[in-house]
Design a protein around this ligand. Structure first.
Ligand SMILES: [Zn+2]
Length: 323
């Protein structure tokens, strides 16, 4: 090798090692970026799990919906922490997370309910966002104000209805249900006004509470539940409610059946009407007017309503999985 040749070779070599160093830097940059990406992704996963445990899943789930329906990846990466978290949850699989962590039954059912709505139209999802609190139930205390309902001496149906409904409101709210009252004082409301309240709120269930009367036969007694003609959901809610009522030895009960009333027929949501007992039966009327029986009724009716909400939410999830 001559000296010229040797120099040329060294220059060549130097050139080569410069390129090699540049490649090494690029490779390192790529590795560092990839690592940063993994850390961010894990952070998102952790945030989702933490939010899940603190009960924020509903929002995460509904955000996920929006993404599944019409969102591109860019739309998701674009925005808030919550959405990034839900995106990560999507990749991790929300179902695995749901099974790994113990949640109260009622919260679980809430999540399922939100899942069920995923299958629906875009309108359903928009509605869903206003329902972050879980189930909404409209309670309608029959009669009120100038309309006293059935009378037995100085005992008015409107008062019994209102007392029981207010107790139910307390019980259901304790269980995390969003309760809307058509009235919570002794005021007159037309049937249409009650329907309007229900339709404005778009609840999961509308329940109208009354006391019965049957002048022809004072021996007739017992709680009854009605659903409007042709309403499958109404029938299911009535069935589940009566399942609970039948278990209670303190309450005598009759049947649940199709019978159409103005309020249950015109409410867009599933609707039932409960006649808690017959004021034309002396012993039942006395019970209806007693605080302890009113408390029993409120507890059992609330349990029956929750039973129906849970069963129907679960049933819808099953149907969704089957299809
Ligand atoms: Zn009535």
């Amino acid at each position: 090798m001559t000296q010229v040749e040797y120099r040329r070779k060294r220059r060549h070599h130097r050139h080569h090692s410069k390129r090699r160093i540049a490649f090494a830097y690029i490779a390192r940059a790529v590795i560092v970026l990839a690592f940063a990406g993994i850390v961010v992704f894990m952070g998102c996963g952790f945030m989702y799990v933490r939010d899940f445990l603190s009960g924020d899943t509903q929002e995460a789930v509904s955000n996920q919906n929006l993404q599944n329906q019409d969102g591109t990846v860019i739309e998701i990466l674009d925005i808030s922490k919550q959405e990034v978290a839900s995106n990560a949850a999507d990749v991790l699989g929300a179902e695995v997370v749901e099974e790994d962590f113990p949640v109260k039954d009622i919260e679980k059912a809430d999540t399922k309910k939100a899942d069920t709505k995923n299958a629906g139209t875009k309108n359903d999802i928009v509605k869903d966002e206003t329902k972050e609190e879980g189930w909404t139930v409209v309670l309608d205390a029959g009669h009120g104000g100038k309309d006293v309902g059935t009378e037995a001496g100085k005992i008015y149906e409107k008062d019994i209805n209102l007392i029981v409904v207010k107790l139910m409101q307390e019980i259901l709210e304790e269980q995390g249900v969003n309760v809307i009252m058509t009235r919570d004082t002794d005021v007159f409301l037309s049937l249409q006004e009650r329907v309007d309240i229900a339709n404005e709120e778009d609840p999961d269930l509308f329940v109208s509470i009354h006391c019965n009367s049957y002048e022809d036969d004072s021996s007739i007694k017992g709680l009854e539940c009605y659903y409007p003609e042709g309403s499958e959901r109404g029938e299911e809610y009535a069935k589940y409610l009566m399942e609970v009522i039948k278990q209670c030895k303190d309450i005598s009960s009759r049947s649940y059946r199709e019978e159409t009333y103005y309020v249950t027929e015109h409410t867009e949501a599933p609707a039932i009407l409960v006649e808690m007992g017959f004021m034309t039966n002396d012993s039942e009327c006395k019970k209806l007017n007693s605080a302890s029986y009113q408390q029993t009724l409120a507890e059992e009716l609330s349990t029956g309503i929750l039973h129906g909400l849970e069963e129907i939410a679960e049933d819808s999830t099953l149907k969704k999985t089957d299809s």
